[in-house]
Design a protein around this ligand. Structure first.
Ligand SMILES: Nc1ncnc2c1ncn2[C@@H]1O[C@H](COP(=O)(O)OP(=O)(O)O)[C@@H](O)[C@H]1O
Ligand SMILES: [Mg+2]
Length: 390
C-alpha cells in the first residue's frame, strides 16, 4: 500500500482495528499503545503518525505525505513530525541507528520496519484489564438487554480523571463486538481546539461501524439515507463513488446541520432495524458542540429502536466538565438519559490491582497505604507503582 494523494485523507479512512507488532498492540481509535503491563495513550498527532507508518509497513512514507495525512494543510514545517517520531521511538525503546520499528530514510521520510499483523489471536495477550467493575459492567449489560428488546437508551458514564471511564466503556464495547450480532462504533472526542471538525467523533464511530462486521450493509444504509455523512468519510468511497454520491447529495445548502441531523436519525433507525447499535463517545467534555447537540437530540427523541449511545465525560472538571454536566442533568431530569458515576476503587479493588501489578498478594498494610495515597484512583495507583518500580 502506498500513501499517495488518494489515501492522504486516511486520518479517518484508515482501518480501525488494532494492529500488533513485536508484542505491542496499537489501537488507532484511541491511541492506546500497550505491551504487557505497559500502556500509553498517545497524543492524537503521534497516534496519527504511528497509524500512517504502520499501515504502510515496509514502505517509505515521505515526510510531506505524513504531514499531509496527519496535520492536513495546517502543518508549517517538519519539526512537529520529528517530535512525534522521537516520542514514538522513546516509548517503543527504539534506536534510530539500529531501528527495530521506525527507520529513517535519509532526506525522504520514514519506514516502519517491524512485521505488523491484525490477528485477533495476538490480542488476547494484551486484552483490556478491568478489575473491580462487576456491578458497573452488569448495569451496562442490563441496558444492552433493554436495547435488544427494542429500546433506545442514552447513558452517560461520569467520573474524575483516571477513575476508569475509558476502561469500562471500551471493555464493554469489546464484549458487545465479540458477541458479533451488533453494529459497534467508538469515537473519541479530542478537543475542538485541536482541530476537530464538527461531528468528528460521530464520523469516527460511523467509520468503525462501516468497517466492522456487516459494515458493507451499514455503508449502503449511509449511501441511501445519509449521503452528507458518507461524503465526510472519504476512506469508504472510491473516487468514482464519491463523484456519484456528490451528484446525488447535491450542493451543501443552508441548514446543513438540520439536514445532517435528519439524515443521521434516518440512517440510525434503518441500521437498528437490521441489528442493535452501540455507539460509544469517550471524553464528551472535549467534544464539539455539534456532537454534544446530536447526542442530546438522540436522547430527547428516544424512539423505540435498538440503539445504545454511551458517552463518558469528566465530572467534576472546570468549565468543560460543567458545560456537559449541565446538559446531562437536564436530560436526566427529563428522564431522557441515564447516568452512571464511577467511584474510585474500594480497598478490595485496590488489592486486586496490586495483586495483578506486583504478581502476588500484597500484605494489608501495603494495600491500605496505596489505597490512601491514590485515593482509590486507578490512574494514580498505576503512577505510584510505576514510580516505585523505578
Ligand atoms: N477497572 C480497572 N481495572 C484495571 N485498571 C484500570 C481500571 N480502570 C482504570 N484502570 C487503569 O487506570 C488508568 C486510567 O484509566 P482510564 O480508563 O483511562 O480512566 P479515565 O478514562 O476515567 O480517565 C489506565 O491505565 C487503566 O488501565
Ligand atoms: Mg478516558
Amino acid at each position: 500500500m502506498s500513501i499517495g494523494a488518494g489515501t492522504a485523507t486516511a486520518t479517518r479512512g484508515a482501518r480501525s482495528e488494532a494492529r500488533h507488532f513485536a508484542g505491542w498492540s496499537f489501537d488507532p481509535t484511541d491511541g492506546r499503545l500497550a505491551r504487557g503491563r505497559v500502556e500509553v495513550y498517545l497524543r492524537p498527532k503521534t497516534a496519527g503518525v504511528l497509524r500512517t507508518l504502520v499501515d504502510a509497513a515496509g514502505e517509505v512514507v515521505a515526510k510531506r505525505d505524513l504531514l499531509e495525512a496527519v496535520w492536513g494543510t495546517s502543518a508549517t514545517g517538519d519539526d512537529v513530525l520529528a517530535v512525534c517520531v522521537n516520542e514514538l521511538r522513546r516509548i517503543l525503546g527504539d534506536d534510530s541507528r539500529h531501528p527495530r520499528f521506525i527507520a529513517t530514510a535519509h532526506r525522504r521520510g520514514y519506514r516502519f520496519v517491524a512485521a505488523v499483523s491484525e490477528a485477533p489471536s495476538a490480542r488476547g495477550s494484551v486484552g483490556r484489564l478491568l478489575l473491580g467493575r462487576e456491578p458497573e459492567s452488569a448495569e451496562l449489560r442490563r441496558w444492552w438487554a433493554e436495547v435488544h428488546a427494542g429500546r433506545r437508551i442514552v447513558g452517560f458514564v461520569a467520573g474524575e480523571s483516571g477513575v476508569g471511564r475509558t476502561s469500562l466503556v471500551r471493555a464493554f464495547a469489546d464484549e458487545v463486538q465479540a458477541g458479533g450480532d451488533a453494529y459497534v462504533g467508538v469515537g473519541r472526542c479530542v478537543g475542538h481546539r485541536a482541530g476537530g471538525e464538527p461531528y468528528s467523533p460521530f464520523l469516527d464511530a460511523l467509520d468503525a461501524v462501516c468497517r466492522g462486521p456487516g459494515g458493507r450493509r451499514a455503508r449502503d444504509v449511509l449511501w441511501q439515507h445519509a449521503p452528507t455523512w458518507l461524503l465526510l468519510l472519504p476512506g469508504l468511497l472510491d473516487d468514482d463513488e464519491a463523484v456519484r454520491l456528490r451528484d446525488r447529495a447535491g450542493a451543501p445548502e443552508d441548514g446543513r446541520f438540520e439536514r445532517m441531523l435528519r439524515e443521521f436519525s434516518d440512517a440510525l433507525a434503518e441500521l437498528a432495524n437490521a441489528a442493535p447499535v452501540l455507539l460509544v463517545f469517550d471524553d464528551l467534555h472535549a467534544g464539539d458542540t455539534a456532537t454534544v447537540g446530536l447526542i442530546a437530540s438522540l436522547a430527547a427523541g428516544g424512539a423505540g429502536d435498538r440503539v445504545l449511545v454511551l458517552a463518558t465525560y469528566r465530572d467534576p472538571d472546570g468549565p468543560a466538565g460543567a458545560r456537559i454536566a449541565s446538559v446531562v442533568r437536564d436530560l436526566e431530569w427529563h428522564g431522557a438519559a441515564r447516568v452512571m458515576t464511577l467511584a474510585a476503587f474500594d480497598e478490595s479493588a485496590v488489592r486486586a490491582y496490586l495483586t495483578y501489578r506486583l504478581g502476588g498478594m500484597p500484605d494489608p498494610e501495603t494495600v491500605a497505604e496505596f489505597a490512601e495515597r491514590s485515593r482509590g484512583n486507578p490512574l494514580e495507583l498505576a503512577r505510584l507503582l510505576d514510580h516505585r518500580a523505578r
